[in-house]
Design a protein around this ligand. Sequence first.
Ligand code: ASP
Length: 308
Amino acid sequence: MSAAPHSDWSLAIHGGAGGMSRDNLTSEADAAARAALSAALDAGAAVLAAGGTALDAVAAAVQSLEDAPEFNAGRGAVFTADGTVELDAAIMEGTTRHAGAVARVTRTRSPVALARAVMEQTPHVMLAGIGADAFALTTGLEQVDPTWFRTPERARQFAEAGTTFDRAMKYGTVGAVARDIHGHVAAATSTGGVTGKRWGRIGDSPLIGAGTYADDRAAAVSATGSGEDFIRLGVAHELCARVRLLGESVADAARTLIAEVGAVGGAGGVIAMSPGGDATWSFNTSGMYRGSVASAAPPRVAIYANEG
Ligand code: ASP
């Protein structure tokens, strides 16, 4: 994608990387995913086109994806080994590098909104578990019965996989990165984690620097994939560090980090946004649900590696 002029805005989103291919995704599932990605692009683009902030845009796009049952975040999240749903999310803005995150929340309809509340309403960066659920009650954010997150498709997958910890490349985490007309970047990520997770497992998505990072001097990044590997490598922060300290392009840094994830046996991808508005993605799986739109470019969505 070409560099955007300074007054332009740009948005990229993902709905997870994984083993999707034209052979194993039904045309209905393909169409539903594309429609959900398009709706999320519309939600974020509406904010940016009106002169809104990158932070508001990534929150709007991710909230739209959280409500979409196609993806592993919010409604449609995967099940833990106990058959419950535990949600993780993070949000960060690149100017002040303020960030907020939640892990293992069970009742807030929009985990990314709760992550933002942690950023804006507490002196903390990350809250987890029953404490995060308790904090949610003080925010006025919509609370739902945990059954609201459960979909028949996830119940079927859970029944099939049992309690096996899933490293079989079925990642459906959602994320967004944006650059607003003021030249600021932001990133957000939201996930149900991995199927069959237990012992309070938390992945990379809510960890600032692993699955989510934003720095106006470098990039905004949201990751998806085998979270343990992204944590080990500090993928999102290291991508930004390469840009800032080595002068690499965001696209080169993204490729380097995904190659390193592959080298340690990991699978997944990142979307990244430069402060100039260049969106990029990189992944080492056969597919990644993704989309982009910019003031100078119409919306486009893609799923498979060999398209777009
Ligand atoms: N990275 C997420 C995690 O490990 C999973 C995903 O991307 O779907 O929790």
